[in-house]
Design a protein around this ligand. Structure first.
Ligand SMILES: [Zn+2]
Length: 454
């Protein structure tokens, strides 16, 4: 069995964990602290913390058992209040040169393939994965290089640091653990003490440590599940060779079902062994945000893959997130039209139609979009467009009935030539119609307007 916890780091000073490969005089920092840095700080505290060092019997044997085999420390993800950094999938895209009409935020290609921005027709930009951290959480700190206590000319270093208001949270698991046997270690881990993370230990990166028991969230429902890496994964193939073939790796696991499309990017990871003071080997890994679509997997296999993948999991590599297809971030183009959020028209299909983007409030939000559209369309396009819209409404109702994401279907409809070539106002009305939970009423109204049953 495994014991699950959530740890929280509350900075006493700014956190600035340096990343290997400094560029010129600006040091890049980890906005997310790798599990290995947190684990290293814990290891240091175990032996040499002035007040909280482990003082039980058999410290060496217990250290080896805990740190060598059982303790898995995931990455520390920043948060401010109830806002967390967002895990960004490599399958996500955004509009490269967004105009005012373009959908805000990101769209996940897992839900629907797109080659261009469906609103402006311009290029879309692939995400590089990783964690999306609010830029306002970062501050610049500047310092000069010192030689014999005096500043060295032209050696000014700017270092990005996270603001003091930013705290961090991560997963900690004690694997294969029997709670009674581990009483001493668990008591040690669950006390509150300060640890030091990152470079410049004396001035930066002092954090308060706290640990709370956690319950695993339920596995997502449905036959098709999205797999995404929360940290880089070091995968090896059947012969121990490094591999970037996520599809092959997942497909070869015991009890695996189908592995559909994957989105991956290789990157190099390294680390610093804080206790020994030596760099850890540079290794190739699949980047955070790498994504795969799993279908037909046994629940037990999903349960297992969720524990993590690949090598060096104890240091936080290969941390996995599973979620339902309905929870993908997608461009809900209908929100452009000013559909009010929530409201009295609440139906079960609302859930999948619900927008991830805040809806804009427009003065004509209450007018009937079908009537308005009908009045706006030129005579030669009117019947043809209303018929196409009726078809799209029916398709959408079927989609929602089958439990598939509505946003995908709406985006599909808007990408059809009949909708794509409309003016922006008409297009917005089409989007509003498709997004309305009372879509059945619109089909009836379209029947009347078209004047013949379809
Ligand atoms: Zn665009």
């Amino acid at each position: 069995m495994s014991l699950r916890f959530t740890y929280t780091l509350t900075p006493r000073t700014r956190v600035s964990a340096g990343r290997a490969g400094s560029v010129l005089n600006t040091r890049e920092i980890h906005t997310v602290i790798p599990g290995t840095a947190v684990r290293g700080a814990l290891g240091t505290a175990w032996w040499s913390h002035p007040t909280a060092a482990f003082d039980g019997h058999d410290a060496e044997r217990i250290f080896d058992r805990l740190f060598g085999r059982q303790l898995v420390v995931g990455p520390a993800v920043p948060f401010v209040g109830d806002r967390h950094a967002e895990l960004c999938g490599l399958s996500e895209v955004s509009c490269k040169y967004p105009g005012s009409e373009c959908p805000p935020g990101r769209h996940d290609l897992v839900a629907r393939r797109l080659d261009v921005c469906p609103m402006c027709g311009g290029a879309i930009e692939r995400s590089r994965g990783g964690w999306d951290v609010d830029g306002s959480w970062l501050v610049d700190t500047t310092r000069t290089a010192l030689k014999n206590g005096a500043a060295v000319d032209e050696q000014l270093f700017t270092r990005k640091a996270m603001g003091r208001q930013v705290c961090y949270r991560g997963r900690l698991t004690v694997r294969g653990a029997d709670e009674d046997e581990l009483a001493a270690e668990l008591a040690w881990l669950q006390q509150r003490f300060d640890i030091s993370i990152g470079g410049q230990r004396s001035t930066l990166g002092r954090c308060g440590w706290s640990l709370e028991p956690a319950v695993a969230p339920p596995l997502p429902e449905g036959n098709t599940i999205v797999f995404r890496l929360r940290s880089p994964a070091i995968l090896i193939g059947a012969f121990g060779q490094p591999t970037f073939d996520l599809k092959g790796y997942l497909g070869a696991r015991a009890g695996a079902g189908d592995v559909g499309a994957t989105w991956t990017r290789p990157e190099q990871v390294s680390g610093w062994h804080g206790v020994a003071g030596v760099p850890k080997p540079l290794e190739w890994a699949l980047a955070t945000g790498s994504t795969a679509l799993l279908s037909g997997w046994a629940r037990s296999s999903l349960q297992e893959v969720r524990q993590g993948v690949g090598l060096r999991q104890r240091e936080g590599f290969g941390e996995v997130e599973l979620f339902a297809v309905g929870d993908l971030r997608t461009w809900d183009l209908a929100s452009e039209s000013g559909e009010k959020p929530g409201g009295q028209k609440h139906r079960s299909q609302d859930r999948s139609i619900a927008s991830v983007a805040p809806a804009r409030v427009s003065s004509e939000a209450h007018a009937d979009p079908v009537e308005e559209l009908s009045g706006l369309l030129p005579a030669e396009l009117r019947v043809k467009t209303l018929k196409a819209l009726r078809g799209a409404c029916r398709q959408l109702m079927l989609t929602v009935d089958n439990g598939l994401p509505a946003a995908t279907c709406i985006a599909d409809a808007l990408n059809q030539p009949w909708a794509r070539d409309l003016g922006p106002d008409s297009r917005n009305l089409v989007a509003r119609t498709l997004k309305d939970p009372d879509i059945g009423d619109h089909v009836a109204r379209l029947d009347t307007l078209i004047g013949e049953p379809g």
